[in-house]
Design a protein around this ligand. Structure first.
Ligand code: ZN
Length: 118
């Protein structure tokens, strides 16, 4: 996961509290795609320090998701605490948990389907 270092000097000027997050179905589709890219990258053998195509695509999706969540495009829409990034901000982890909760709720409601689930 090399992007953190490249972007670590960027400071966010606004943060929405997670309870004000509006997570749409479209945002959840993007989130699911990002999680899938993370899993794919976990199998691709890259060191995480070099940019790989998974993370380029991840970052492109992150920009879209960040915009939907009312963030600037250069902000991380979420940070999974399991990545153990040293400079993770609390809001990033809170958004991760909010997205996880929304994704789980959508799954339970059965009204939501990922685009690739036929
Ligand atoms: Zn990779």
């Amino acid at each position: 996961m090399g992007m953190r270092g490249r972007l670590s000097n960027v400071t966010a000027t606004r943060q929405l509290p997670p309870d004000e997050l509006v997570i749409t179905d479209e945002a959840l589709v993007i989130y699911a795609r990002m999680r899938e890219l993370e899993r794919e990258c976990g199998r691709c053998g890259c060191s995480g320090e070099e940019s790989c195509s998974h993370w380029e695509r991840w970052w492109a999706q992150n920009k879209r998701l960040a915009a939907m969540l009312g963030l600037f495009f250069w902000e991380f829409a979420y940070v999974d605490p399991r990545w153990e990034w040293p400079r993770t901000r609390p809001g990033e982890v809170e958004r991760f948990h909010a997205l996880e909760a929304a994704a789980a709720q959508a799954k339970r409601s059965k009204r939501f389907k990922y685009k690739w689930q036929k």
